[in-house]
Design a protein around this ligand. Structure first.
Ligand SMILES: [Zn+2]
Ligand SMILES: [Zn+2]
Length: 255
């Protein structure tokens, strides 16, 4: 069905502004879609699976007992790849076309994992790592919250917004090394007062993972509230984490 709004204002590719068919639900044109597909097929150096099927986590996450990270593509620092641009757009738009597409991209992998591991959907909850308050206010949205809402719809798993961002001056993660990031993340998050996650499997959502410090700090809080298991979900994953040789140097700060 063609929507009236799309006749008045034809949809455009969010990445190259090319006009799209009136009835499209996709965020991008065929060329950009092909580029996205290619990126999601890149292979992980640890498990040899395409990144969209890979569950590998970072060294820091493994040490904290986090062994599952669902993702769709690699973030490549300093490049203008489509996944990098998707990550950037996620921070500034709550576009239903973009988020619905991302939800559809990542949900099948989550579903099949839960099925294989015999984890029932009604044992699961979705949580997200909240963005810095000032950044969220500036953008008028929180991309991890928006993504968790989308996933809740796709997976039929309820949300539990039990994590909060503490007030105060947390430094930007990208300026810190691994140790600094972990300490910074520990200081940045807290639980809401009545958080009871006893026996639950919590899917912890963020937009991207670099060292995994945010995931580790948030998962620790979720487990302290009773969560039996924490599975991580992000759209992109820093490509430093895809190659065993490079990962050996992962104690260095990431640019
Ligand atoms: Zn395009
Ligand atoms: Zn892998």
């Amino acid at each position: 069905m063609i929507r009236l709004s799309s006749l008045l204002c034809p949809p455009k590719c969010l990445f190259c502004r090319e006009r799209l068919p009136f009835d499209t639900d996709l965020p991008f044109c065929k060329t950009c879609r092909d580029e996205w597909e290619k990126e999601t097929e890149e292979v992980c150096g640890f498990c040899n699976k395409p990144v969209r099927e890979c569950l590998c986590t970072t060294e820091l996450m493994q040490k904290a007992g986090l062994r599952v990270l669902f993702k769709t593509a690699y973030y490549k620092a300093g490049r203008r790849t489509l996944p990098n641009r998707v990550l950037f757009r996620m921070k500034e738009t709550s576009s239903a076309r973009l988020y619905s597409f991302l939800g559809e991209e990542i949900s099948p992998n989550i579903f099949s994992y839960l099925q294989t591991e015999k984890i029932k959907l009604d044992e699961c909850l979705l949580a997200y790592a909240p963005r810095h308050r000032r950044a969220a206010a500036r953008a008028g949205m929180d991309q991890a919250e928006r993504l968790s809402k989308e996933l809740s719809g796709h997976l039929g798993i309820p949300r539990c917004d039990v994590l909060i961002r503490k007030r105060g001056k947390n430094k930007a993660q990208k300026e810190l090394d691994v140790g600094g990031r972990l300490q910074n993340a520990k200081n940045a998050f807290a639980l809401t007062r009545r958080a009871d996650l006893s026996g639950k499997t919590v899917l912890l959502v963020d937009d991207t993972v670099t060292t995994g410090a945010t995931m580790v700090a948030c998962a620790k809080l979720l487990k302290s509230a009773g969560a039996k298991r924490v599975l991580c979900v992000s759209i992109t994953f820093d490509e430093v984490g895809r190659n065993p040789r490079e990962a050996a140097f992962s104690t260095k700060p990431y640019a």
